[in-house]
Design a protein around this ligand. Sequence first.
Ligand code: SF4
Length: 205
Amino acid sequence: MQKYTCAYCQKHACHKNDLENAPKNCPTKNEQERLKDIIKEYKNEENYKIAKTSAEVVMDNYGGKPRVKEIVDFCKQMGYKKLGLAFCVGLAKEAMIFAQILTKYGFEVESVICKLGDVNREEIGIKDCSVPMCNPIAQAEFLNGEETDFNIVLGLCVGHDTLFFKYSKAPVTVLAVKDRALAHNPLGALYLADGYMKGKIYPKE
Ligand code: SF4
């Protein structure tokens, strides 16, 4: 049986300072000591700055800025100078626009495409495919080599993004994730979970 069930919580007492009405297995109510220990992590200089800057960026014109602008504001306020952009070939046009925007704001932008290296898919055990494999480890390593202050992922596939996060030395954010079926809006499947998408996202009964 699972321990944490916040996804099914109807109270969200943690969000309302109302722990008296929290569910029985509420981790906010039941794991106070552990949470106190974890809060200490925010005293780490980098963590503190990231957390505080994130909150400030979100609160500034709350809900009124697209994520592109929030990323710009976050990077500016963090004092980052050199940014890495790890993008998918399928979003090359968007990558160019985004790189141009970042450059106009004064950032130095290192951008690396997913097909970096033109590596045959046989390297990962996939035969008879002329399309080169995606190479997120190379994307991360090349950006590491340029000592980027911060990296931004644009449209990497599920799992490729995982490897990029795993290998990136700089902290990372995501501008967009890959969803070929839904114009890179994966939440569309959840918005339509009771409708058109039902048969596509639930297991067959
Ligand atoms: S932390 Fe507690 S109150 Fe908050 S969502 Fe989870 S179960 Fe609900």
